[in-house]
Design a protein around this ligand. Structure first.
Ligand code: CU
Length: 669
């Protein structure tokens, strides 16, 4: 039965240890279980292999007049079915129906336009709230109208076209839902995925490809039916008893005896972790939220709250083949722990031949990269602002403000109003002993100057966009308000706190009396799925003036929107909206065992044909047809064979007879 934090305190009987100064607090709370599953359905540690989410392929790529690429991506937010609990299915909400969503990989300097369709049910199937969405790319200096502003919502049947500039240094970002008042339940239901921005510095320093591994870590609780359970203890926090890594409970990954890079994202809506290897050996910390640190740090454990990203290197060459290395969670104060929340996943060291290609296979890098945030000095600051994080009458507040006040002001009320390119110090205080707050400031990367007057932890000495403000802590942050003018959110990333109502906004370089060309709600509105988007009102719609057909004529759908301050790509021959959108949701080939593909085909016209032909498009060999799947009346298809092709298939393409196509990376375990 789910327990509240107060009940858990009574059950666990673990007292709260007082102020510990710089030491990481030790006192979490223990309880029996949160899930209501029959014991035979309860997942157990180290029974499943780690899966890696597929990398999403662009629908098309165009070269702009400035010679830069713009990749067009398409994602559908839809209901999916996950296999998490043995013997039962778990309905989730997912980007392309999966949790985590597909990973987006992009190089610095290449823009992305993302068509984000909302094809979710009108109301959440379990919790009944209206499934409007807003997508935030966390870690990107996007314009305000593309930043996932909480009230910039996209309803069912609508599509929002997001634009991501990708001019920042290499980093691990993630995209997740940010819709007003329901962010916690929608992210918990599955709307989260990683996004990797690469640059040459990072590509020459750190492991790449199969040795660059995303680990999206979250916690969950389950109803007896296998559905997700939800209990946020009166908006204090949700503490699940099952730890998921890339959507699988406590998985195991086979590793070669070399250095690996792990991009660790805490996607839990409330839980924070204190990670440590079971061996007690240090890991090499190389990246924080905003990318590479100035120099690598050896750390034996680190504290990581929701939305924080840390990139670590682990050298498995020092372990013998056959050794199992666990990643554990020592927990932090004000979390509720269960029998197995102290475990995360395990790495099984193999005696397989070692692939030493690429950087940092054998030797740890030490000097990494500078960044704007880490080069700032306090003397550059023109203003110091103080804000407290606290609970007032059961409502969470930030600097005395709530998001409800922002809404009631017509989105005018702001917490701060720096000029463009101003450097400021923000001093954030959490004087309570009862909770911690991971504070996220949109738009900027910041440097943590101090925590309670002491230097920051070794692992957070890099550019950050979320800071763990622990119990009784005051942090000083140094940041430059660069890149864009406009209004951006600042909020707690314990998502039940954010939703009730610990969120405010600041404006950069903006006079409240002027009209805002980057208004986060008005400047780039969603449009019905399948229709050409509006450009914001000031220009005439080219398709209207030319009497455009929905045939093959060039439609300048990206025609220089007046709302952007970055030059828009000059698109010459953008393909028209596809009538059929094929998605591959499952692609797995276990050599000599079985091969399975499944997906969807969403057709907007009258369908004549109804099958999908599957091709092996493994790099390095000619594409070969491997099977045909029938599309059912709901637009779903699947195909499986035992044992399947005798050579490992690592990439698959699905061509539908209705005209759509999609490719996906194939899971091999
Ligand atoms: Cu909070």
């Amino acid at each position: 039965m789910p327990v509240s934090r107060r009940q858990a305190l009574q059950i666990g009987g673990v007292g709260i240890i007082g102020a510990l100064g710089l030491a990481v607090p030790l006192s979490s709370v223990s309880a029996k279980s949160a899930s209501l599953l029959d014991p035979r359905n309860m997942p157990r540690p180290y029974q499943q292999a780690l899966t890696i989410p597929p990398v999403l392929r662009p629908k098309s790529t165009v070269i702009g007049a400035d010679g830069k690429k713009t990749h067009l991506y398409h994602i559908e937010q839809t209901v999916g079915m996950a296999s998490i609990v043995p013997g039962l299915k778990t309905p989730i909400l997912g980007y392309n129906g999966s949790f985590p969503g597909p990973t987006i990989e992009v190089n610095q300097g290449e823009r992305i336009k993302l068509e984000m369709d909302n094809v979710l049910p009108l109301f959440h199937p379990q919790w009944g709230y209206r499934l409007d969405t807003s997508t935030h790319l966390h870690g990107s200096a996007s314009l305000p109208q593309f930043d996932g502003y909480a009230n910039d919502i996209t309803g069912r049947g609508m599509c929002k076209d997001y634009e991501y500039p990708n001019f920042q240094p290499a980093r691990t970002l993630w995209y997740h839902d940010h819709a007003v008042h329901n962010t916690a339940q929608s992210v918990y239901s599955g709307l989260a995925g990683q996004y990797h921005l690469h640059d040459e510095v990072e590509q020459n320093l750190l492991p790449q490809g199969q040795f660059d591994v995303p680990l999206t870590i979250s916690d969950a609780m389950f109803a007896r039916s296998g559905e997700l359970g939800y209990n946020d203890n009166t908006h204090s926090g949700l503490w699940g008893d099952v730890i998921l890594v890339n959507g699988s409970p406590w998985p195991v990954m086979k590793v070669q005896r070399r250095i690996y890079r792990f991009r660790i994202l805490n996607a839990s809506i409330s839980r924070s972790f204190r990670f440590q290897l079971g061996t007690g050996d240090p890991v090499t910390m190389v990246g924080t939220d905003g990318g590479l640190m100035p120099s690598a740090q050896q750390v034996t454990s680190w504290r990581q709250a929701g939305a924080e990203r840390y990139e670590i290197l682990i050298d498995f060459s020092k372990y013998p083949a056959g050794k199992r290395v666990e990643l554990r969670n020592l927990s932090n104060k004000n979390n509720v722990d269960y029998d197995n929340t102290g475990r995360i996943m395990a790495f099984d060291v193999t005696g397989d031949p070692v692939d030493t290609s690429g950087p940092a296979a054998r030797v740890m890098p030490t000097l990494l990269a500078g960044s704007t945030a880490m080069s700032l000095t306090p003397s550059q600051s023109v203003k110091t602002r103080q804000m407290r994080l606290k609970r007032d009458n059961d409502i969470w507040t930030i600097g005395g403000m709530t998001w409800d006040e922002v809404i009631k002001s017509g989105y005018k009320k702001v917490l701060a109003d720096p000029n463009l390119n101003d450097v400021e110090i923000w001093e954030v205080e959490n004087s309570s002993g009862g909770w911690f707050h991971p504070l996220h400031i949109h738009l900027v990367d910041f440097q943590i100057l101090s925590r309670n007057g002491q230097p920051p932890f070794a692992f957070e000495r890099g550019p950050k966009d979320v800071v763990y403000v622990g119990e009784g802590e005051t942090v000083r942050l140094l940041m430059k308000f660069e890149h864009n003018r406009g209004r951006y959110m600042i909020h707690c990333h314990n998502l039940p706190h954010e939703d009730h109502d610990m969120m405010a906004q600041f404006s950069v370089g903006y006079n409240p009396n002027d009209s805002d060309p980057n208004d986060p709600i008005e400047a780039a509105k969603p449009h019905p799925i399948g229709q050409v988007p509006s450009t914001g009102g000031e220009t005439t719609q080219p398709t209207e003036s030319t009497g455009g057909t929905d045939g093959g004529s060039a439609q300048p759908t990206e025609a220089a929107a007046p709302v952007t301050t970055q030059p828009a790509a000059a698109v010459t021959a953008e393909p028209t909206v596809q009538k059929d959108v094929v998605a591959i949701t499952t692609a797995r080939h276990r050599l000599n065992k079985d091969i399975t593909f499944a997906g969807t085909s969403k057709y907007t016209g009258t369908a004549t044909g109804s099958s999908v032909v599957l091709y092996d498009v493994t790099p390095g060999r000619a594409a070969a047809r491997i099977g045909t799947a029938t599309i059912n009346s709901l637009g779903n298809w699947s195909w499986t064979a035992k044992p399947g092709p005798s050579r490992q298939v690592t990439a698959v393409r699905a061509d539908s007879s209705r005209g759509g196509t999609a490719t996906a990376t194939v899971r091999t375990s």
